[in-house]
Design a protein around this ligand. Structure first.
Ligand code: UDP
Ligand code: MG
Length: 328
């Protein structure tokens, strides 16, 4: 023990950076250049975990090439495309850092924020998230729908999901441990990040347009993402079903009384076909809608009960940068 130089015992903290990548071969070299430039001056050791999420282009080759030149690079290759949430989860499971950053590969999350995040972490925060102030290159519809989504979910769920945040953030080791203990299939990450709690703080920034390549998220995906957010974090829609049901039955009951009264006083008539159609189709529609909501929750229960792993690894090539710590 006493022959070891003091420096070996007092290793600087390790920072892991997780980068989920799906068909990002165009951006990765430039991304890596910028990220490496940011990490180099930090007084920390670092590992960069590229998670190839079943890309159909040569993203994996690009990552392997980066690893050949940078010993800090870890290569994780999933067995197929599992989606960004699972890719991030794989990264969190394999990250060995005292602090862990998740960042998009497309340079929409500027790596230059990392030093500020590290500073906040060293000041004692367990989660430091990047918060968008301006969003360049995103349509007005996307901005206003996302605004609505945050307002709504804030109102109906008990966890506080900060608005205008993506997944780009830094987590302390204990926050990562907490996050890793949540193994649900439907991974609404913003909700999970909020759920674990701990001291959190924001760093405001401008979100840039994509550097190259195409976004993998279209409106259908965003819509499903919103459903995920609601059904994973609140049962408020079920309550809406209950109350709407009670309300419509009440109205139907009053209307029924009125019909009975009308028949008794004015006699029977064949008229009433339009009102009948209106009531029937309204009730039919309401029933189908709420059966659908029930279905969303039951489907989620079905998926959770299978307890399937969240991803499978095809390859895992850890960085050299963490090897000395492992040997010590
Ligand atoms: N991504 C992934 N798996 C997927 C889709 C996306 O790992 O199935 C990664 C992608 O490579 C990028 C990040 O997730 O690093 C964000 O994707 P994108 O830029 O397409 O989303 P947007 O910024 O438009 O929300
Ligand atoms: Mg993007």
């Amino acid at each position: 023990m006493d022959q070891l130089p003091a420096a070996a015992l007092l290793q600087p903290a390790l920072l892991s950076v997780i980068v989920p990548a799906y068909n990002e071969h165009e951006v990765l070299p430039e991304f890596h250049r910028r990220l490496a430039a940011v990490l180099a001056p930090l007084p920390l050791r670092s590992e960069i975990i590229y998670v190839n999420d079943g890309s159909t282009d040569n993203t994996l080759d690009v990552i392997r090439e980066l690893r050949a030149n940078w010993p800090d690079v870890t290569v994780v290759d999933l067995s197929r495309n599992f989606g960004k949430e699972a890719a991030m989860t794989a990264g969190f499971d394999l990250a060995r850092g005292d602090a862990v950053v998740v960042i998009d590969a497309d340079l929409q999350d500027p790596p230059e924020l990392i030093p500020a995040m590290v500073e906040k972490w060293q000041a004692g925060f367990d989660m430091v998230y990047a918060q968008r102030t301006v969003r360049d290159g995103e349509s007005r519809i996307k901005k206003s729908t996302s605004y609505l989504f945050y307002r709504l979910i804030q109102r109906v769920s008990r966890v506080r999901i900060p608005k205008d945040t993506g997944d780009y953030r830094l987590l302390s080791r204990r926050a990562v441990t907490a996050l890793n203990s949540l193994r649900e299939q439907h991974r609404f990450m913003k909700g999970l990040f909020a759920f674990i709690g701990f001291p959190q703080t924001a760093i405001p920034y401008r979100r840039d347009p994509r550097f190259a390549g195409e976004t993998k998220f279209n409106y259908w995906k965003l819509w499903n993402f919103a459903i995920e957010g609601f059904t994973s974090f609140t049962i408020a829609p079920l309550k809406v079903a209950t109350y709407t049901g009670i309300f419509t039955s009440l109205v139907a009951f009053l209307y029924g009384m009125y019909v009975v009264y009308k028949t008794l006083v004015h006699g029977e008539s064949v008229a009433g076909y339009p009102s009948l159609m209106v009531v029937m189709s309204f009730l039919g529609g309401a029933q189908l809608a709420f059966i659908g909501i029930l279905g969303e929750y039951i489907g989620r229960m079905f998926n959770e009960t299978k307890r399937r792993p969240l991803y499978f690894l095809n390859a895992y090539e850890p960085s050299d940068s963490t090897a000395p710590a492992a040997m010590a």
